[in-house]
Design a protein around this ligand. Structure first.
Ligand code: FES
Length: 87
């Protein structure tokens, strides 16, 4: 599992194995748009402020994945123990 801190919502949440960032964020009462929920459309994208995303999507290109500033919250996870998102 890893921790996701939502900078604008002032929330820190735990994302266990088998759950997605998107699910955990919504459960905490924060609205997030989504569509495909398979990492393909870009609707659930969030900006990464801190931490290293573990990209599982097919939406971002390689350069965008390396830059690490955007994440698809429906499928991607974290390589660092903590991710800070601009949500
Ligand atoms: Fe389509 Fe996440 S909802 S990429």
């Amino acid at each position: 599992s890893f921790e996701v801190a939502l900078a604008r919502s002032c929330l820190t949440l735990q994302v266990p194995a088998g759950r997605t960032i998107l699910e955990v964020v919504r459960e905490a009462g924060v609205e997030m748009p989504s569509s495909c929920e398979q990492g393909a459309c870009g609707t659930c994208m969030a900006t990464v402020i801190e931490g290293e995303p573990d990209h599982q999507d097919v939406y971002l290109n390689d350069a965008e994945k390396r830059a690490g500033t955007k994440i698809m919250t429906c499928v991607s996870r974290s390589k660092s123990p903590r991710l800070v998102l601009d949500i």
